[in-house]
Design a protein around this ligand. Structure first.
Ligand code: PEP
Ligand code: MG
Length: 325
């Protein structure tokens, strides 16, 4: 089986009915790029940048960000990369920062990710400038984590315009068309996906946090992990709303949470209309094998049926039925 999977790594990814699907990798460390390339990733759909801040007492400056991104872009050799801005929080801590909500009662609901970045411009600006400068080196997209309202987006977009102006004045190159996207990982964002899609160049669904926040299940607490269920009807509806919002706005939508790399959901996600999935690089070939066998027209029809039964039948049973034939 391993040999067969290796054989499909560099084949184009399209379904039996000829629909092409972009399978991308999530990277947490620069080293992860090797497995991603070996497994034929079409891009990096999520580059987590928290590693730059972890296990150290100081903070990375603009040049260190830029050098790290440039090295990665060169390693990727023309394959596009989506760089996510700092997503520090209780699940990803930095020693050089105290403002991570660690003292709060509900740190997952506290000052983290985009909130922390907007509160601390000295933290955010060097990273944004570095991502802008990296966009002159190769194909880059910029992605914002934990967005909850459009004001956050407007603030970031204004900041990016200001930094572009600054770079221009300094004679430093950047891609003026750098795509900026939002992660949809808070229920409020999924419910406001239309307004978000109007402002953004792409959306990416982060199911790890979307499940945590929608189902009120701490993703780090083992005592409640039996409740952590991406098949909960509420989650499926939020995912569907997000896909529809992106389609109406005519912008790309991907999924980069763990759900995207779990083969039990591949047929479901194709049937819901997703054509871009980003996952830990080790999962790429298993998902690809299923995509090569899939028929999107058939799956579309069957998933539409599945949605009509969502409130009567257990979602696990519906998923089994979808995966059987
Ligand atoms: C997510 O929340 O689904 C996600 C991809 O981001 P992270 O796991 O880094 O919070
Ligand atoms: Mg997340």
């Amino acid at each position: 089986r391993q040999r067969r999977l290796r054989g499909i790594a560099h084949r184009p990814t399209h379904t039996r009915d000829g629909v092409s699907v972009s399978l991308q990798a999530n990277l947490e460390l620069p080293e992860d790029v090797e497995i991603a390339r070996g497994n034929g990733a079409a891009g990096v759909g999520l580059y987590r940048t928290e590693f730059l801040y972890m296990s150290r007492a100081d903070l990375p400056d603009e040049e260190e960000h830029l050098a790290t991104y440039t090295a990665m872009i060169e390693d990727l050799d023309g394959i596009p990369i989506t760089i996510r801005t700092l997503d520090l929080g209780v699940d990803k801590r930095a020693d050089g920062l105290t403002a991570c909500g660690s003292a709060a009662c509900n740190p997952a609901l506290g000052l983290r990710a985009i909130r922390l970045c907007l509160k601390e411009p000295a933290l955010f600006r060097p990273q944004l400038r570095a991502i802008l400068r990296a966009s002159a080196v190769g194909p880059v997209r910029l992605m914002l984590p934990l967005v909850t309202n459009v004001e956050e987006l407007d603030t970031v977009l204004a900041l990016i315009e200001e930094l572009k102006h600054q770079l221009h004045q300094q004679g430093l190159p950047y891609d003026d068309a750098l795509p900026v996207g939002a992660m949809i990982e808070v229920p409020a964002a999924a419910l406001s996906a239309r307004a978000i899609a109007k402002r953004m160049d792409f959306l990416s669904i982060g199911t790890n946090d979307l499940v945590q926040y929608t189902l009120a299940v701490d993703r780090l607490d083992d005592s409640v992990n039996y409740l952590f269920d991406p098949m909960h009807p509420a989650i499926l509806r939020l995912i569907r709303m997000t896909i529809e919002a992106a389609n109406s706005a005519d912008i790309p939508v991907s999924m980069c949470g763990e759900m995207a790399g779990d083969t039990q959901f591949t047929r479901l996600l194709l049937g819901m209309g997703l054509r871009e999935l980003s996952m830990q690089p080790g999962a790429l070939l298993d998902v690809k094998e299923l995509i090569l066998q899939a028929d999107t027209q058939d799956l579309r029809r069957r998933v539409a049926q599945l949605f009509t039964h969502l409130d009567e039948t257990s979602p696990a049973r519906l998923l089994d039925a979808l995966n059987q034939a």
